[in-house]
Design a protein around this ligand. Structure first.
Ligand SMILES: [Zn+2]
Length: 466
């Protein structure tokens, strides 16, 4: 503990970059750990949404980015560790806003997921639906103290769920006072966000939001019983997933209840430019309610669309690999085709929200099947581009927009002098060939360069188990 404290003090001083003493559990996964590091001749996607710049140099001193600019104009001091990144790209560390710490049956993945997230370039996560908030708080502290490798974790409290539905690890909230009690307790324990869930009532959600705000804590939601506009009116801070969880377009929806008639085909027939949908977006934007796009998990409803990724099989324990085979066997069904149509509408909604001035972030929901930590966040890059964003805007959504939503944008999310050195070195040109988002070579967090391949190798066969 004492050593961890000392490390943090050194990090905070910012005067000189002394070599850090990392424990073997961290050191074994690093490929670059030097007081000053220069990444030269790299293609820079800085997270601000502006056009990528070729032949740039990034100077990292200690935990921070000291200088960024054209390779010809940045003088690289003697005796620094130089990484010639000719032909490679760099992006800010990915900020995954819907990045659970669990998989299959809500099992806590405290061992495999931190390394898997980091290996995939995800340097900050918000857990957004927690199966065990104490596990997450303790894990966060260990990572922050550099005792183990992993992303910075924004811990959410246990799900705020009503009666019915998905309650295995959830306390069913029984009324406004119960909602307040739960929020108060977990806010005092140190969680900084809550996620309300599908069966919550308007009264309980409103009470939870009020109590959370009293404690400086924020609330987001995966809704169903409450519509987006109702949640916006109650003062919610953010909404998860986007269009396909907004029940307000279903005819005959009863207040405080999920729709029970018809099916999600209604979204396929929806006109995103219609007054109803535009009103939802307008009200979200007016109240500054952010939204998390989770296209990668929506895509799982159309297995025929989902690219096969050998890395997923490698990461999964054998008993979970059969789930992947079954998943792809469901490809050519009527439901698959129908879901392709609704999926396009979800993309259109994300675009319309951003175009109207909404703050859109991204997250991967690594809960199940082929959606595992990190790889879904990478897939989101390709899907956001397919939705109509430029590659640079897509990176912005996945990095600096996420930082803004979390209130961290003065520290992470962009590659600029003074920012914390959370950035990802990718093999190849990530603008010309978006699939290069998967070619993570070195993932820097707080200036420590982690070896992506070593991290990935270390979790083989573990996902699903621990
Ligand atoms: Zn989720």
């Amino acid at each position: 503990m004492r050593r961890a404290l000392l490390l943090l003090c050194l990090a905070g001083s910012g005067l000189q970059a002394q070599p850090r003493v990392l424990p073997p559990a961290v050191k074994n996964f690093t490929s670059v750990d030097a007081p000053v590091i220069a990444i030269t001749h790299v293609k820079l996607v800085d997270g601000t949404g502006t056009a990528a710049k070729s032949d740039q140099t990034i100077l990292i001193r200690g935990e921070k980015i000291e200088a960024v600019g054209p390779a010809a104009s940045i003088s690289v001091p003697e005796d620094v560790r130089v990484i010639d990144a000719t032909g490679k790209s760099v992006i800010p560390g990915i900020i995954g806003l819907h990045d659970h710490m669990y998989y299959s049956g809500m099992k806590f993945m405290g061992d495999s997921y931190p390394r898997l997230f980091l290996s995939a370039g995800v340097t900050t996560i918000r857990t957004t639906g927690s199966v065990d908030s104490y596990q997450e708080l303790n894990l966060k502290r260990r990572i922050d103290s550099l005792l183990i490798p992993g992303p910075s974790i924004v811990v959410t409290g246990p799900y705020l769920q009503g009666y019915g539905g998905f309650t295995g690890a959830m306390h069913p909230v029984s009324g406004p006072e119960d909602a307040r009690r739960m929020v108060r307790y977990w806010a005092e324990e140190g969680v900084t966000w809550f996620k309300a869930y599908t069966q919550i009532s308007r009264a309980d959600l409103g009470a939870a939001i009020q109590e959370a705000h009293k404690h400086g804590v924020k609330v987001t939601a995966h809704l169903c019983s409450v519509g987006f506009r109702e949640a916006v009116a109650l003062g919610i801070d953010a909404l998860e997933h986007g269009l396909l969880t907004n029940s307000e377009y279903w005819g005959g929806k009863a207040p405080d209840q999920c729709p029970t008639v018809g099916d999600s085909a209604i979204y396929g027939a929806l006109d995103i430019n219609s007054p109803d949908v535009q009103r939802t977006i307008r009200e979200m934007v007016a109240k500054k309610v952010a939204m998390t796009s989770t296209l990668d998990v929506f895509e799982l409803s159309s297995p025929s669309r989902v690219p096969f990724d050998q890395r997923v099989l490698d990461a999964l324990a054998p008993q979970f690999q059969t789930g992947i085979a079954n998943f792809y066997n469901n490809a050519k069904t009527a439901k698959d085709s129908m879901n392709r149509v609704t999926f396009k509408k979800a993309m259109e909604f994300d675009r319309a929200f951003a175009k109207a001035g909404g703050l859109l972030g991204a997250g991967s929901d690594p809960c199940c099947i082929s959606a595992i930590a990190g790889y879904g966040d990478q897939r989101n890059y390709e899907l956001l581009i397919e939705a109509g964003f430029t590659p640079e805007e897509s990176i912005q959504i996945m990095t600096s927009n996420g930082a803004k939503i979390l209130g961290f944008d003065k520290v992470v999310g962009t590659i600029k002098p003074g920012m914390q050195a959370d950035l990802v070195l990718l093999g190849g040109d990530v603008i010309a060939r978006p699939a290069n988002i998967r070619n993570t070579e070195i993932v820097f967090r707080r200036g420590i360069g982690f070896d992506s391949a070593k991290l990935r190798e270390s979790i083989k066969g573990l996902v699903g188990l621990r």
